[in-house]
Ligand binder design. Structure first.
Ligand code: 0T9
Length: 382
């Protein structure tokens, strides 16, 4: 493989074999150094809001239909950040740091031109299997996105197939009181390019955005050789409550531009720069905040000092094992800081029924605080 440094060729081959004969939690497999990312999975929920203007614009739409269009536009515009930005930043898709239980990540996007400040709270709510919960809100616009993310992986035809588990729910405060809610389901991923040691993501199958108003967006993903023949292609249709006749149709590539098929106008355009999340200084961070927790591992990976990286990683893992033993001995269990686990989510169930989505029930992690508390939740207990 071209992406593999010659000294790591045999360990890459061994790693690929272990992936092929393995199903379940890939995050726990030891990978060769060249494919390690210095970034923890707890940072990934920030990808939801790297176009804060498009997020804020959802609140400014005036009708149920226009809100559904604004949500779809924002969602499609997040995909490039979610699924291909690491190829640009790190050279290829890389293996993220596997978060510890209770790992935290906080950030915000500043208020610019009256769009309001957007706040992000992330907590690793399970280590095995890895599950990440997040809450993103723009209180002045009355917007709150809450979700959790886990994965089931398998290996097929030389690619890793990732089924995303979890969903997101966007709640929009309506001007006249009450809320409109949007259930966002997540696409399937295929990780290609493994043989060459330069992995990249392609999206597949279908995802949905179901509004409590009844409007439904159905988004179909295809790679090279389908629809337009191009990588990262999608088609989206918006259907009104109780109807399967499209009111709007969009088509394009999610990493560049797409258009409204009726008017020919541009629908999404992510060729302009995105806004990365603002994170406070390391000195002010709690020990469990991602960038502080992993700082020495990340430095080792960035500087090519892999011995240091793996030594520091073992320290964190041993400390975690000790914590779990201590908890067990004390008959205690880890307490989540910002989220509460509920076995079934009534909002999910109500919305998923509207389009016969699957699975019919799903557990959820609910954010424990409210809008106004989010800016201050950073001051977590030691
Ligand atoms: C939620 C996203 C998710 C997380 C990552 C599969 C993956 C972990 C989960 C689904 C985000 O909103 C979007 C983007 C990328 C996904 C990751 C890509 C990836 O490779 C990892 C898995 C666990 C691996 O690290 C596989 C081994 C690696 C050598 C392949 C590059």
């Amino acid at each position: 493989g071209e992406g593999v440094p010659s000294a790591q060729k045999s360990s890459w081959a061994t790693f690929l074999k272990s992936i092929a004969s393995f199903s379940g939690d890939l995050s726990s497999l030891t990978a060769p150094p060249f494919i390690l990312s210095p970034i923890s999975l707890t940072e990934f929920p920030a990808y939801w809001c790297e176009r804060p203007d498009l997020f804020a614009a959802i609140a400014d739409a005036k009708t149920e239909k226009d809100r559904s269009i604004a949500v779809l536009k924002w969602f499609i515009s997040t995909l490039k950040g979610q699924y291909t930005s690491r190829n640009e930043k790190l050279g290829s898709e890389k293996k993220p740091l596997n978060p510890v239980l209770g790992e935290l990540f906080y950030g915000h996007w500043p208020d610019v031109n009256g769009r309001g400040q957007t706040n992000l709270v992330v907590e690793q709510v399970s280590h095995h299997p890895p599950i990440t919960a997040y809450y993103i809100c723009n209180p002045s616009k009355g917007l709150a996105l809450q979700g959790h993310s886990a994965q089931k992986t398998s290996f097929s035809g030389g690619s890793i197939i990732v089924k995303q588990i979890g969903h997101a729910i966007l709640a929009v405060d309506l001007p006249g009181g009450g809320k409109e809610e949007f259930l966002i389901t997540l696409p399937r991923l295929r990780i290609d390019g493994l043989w060459y040691g330069s992995p990249y993501i392609e999206l597949a199958e279908t995802s949905y955005i179901q509004s409590s108003s009844g409007w439904l967006s159905t988004i179909e993903y295809k790679g090279k050789g389908y629809f337009s023949g191009r990588s990262h292609s999608f088609k989206a249709v918006l259907t009104p409550p109780g109807s399967s006749t499209a009111a709007k149709k969009y088509e394009g590539v999610w990493h560049e531009t797409s258009k409204d098929l009726d008017t020919g106008e541009t629908f999404t355009d992510v060729t302009t720069p995105k806004e990365e999340v603002t994170v406070g200084p390391l000195e002010n961070m709690h020990d469990f905040e991602s960038r502080k927790l992993w700082q020495h591992v990340a430095r080792g990976i960035r500087e090519g000092d892999y011995d240091a990286a793996s030594r520091e990683k073992s320290k964190i893992e041993n400390e975690q094992r000790q914590r779990r033993r201590d908890e067990q001995a004390a008959g205690a269990s880890w307490q989540l800081l910002h989220f509460e686990h509920i076995p079934s989510d009534p909002v999910y169930e109500r919305l998923v029924k509207k389009f016969n989505g699957n699975p019919p029930t799903e557990d959820t992690y609910v954010f424990k605080h409210n809008h106004s508390q989010t800016p201050s939740v950073r001051s977590v207990p030691a």
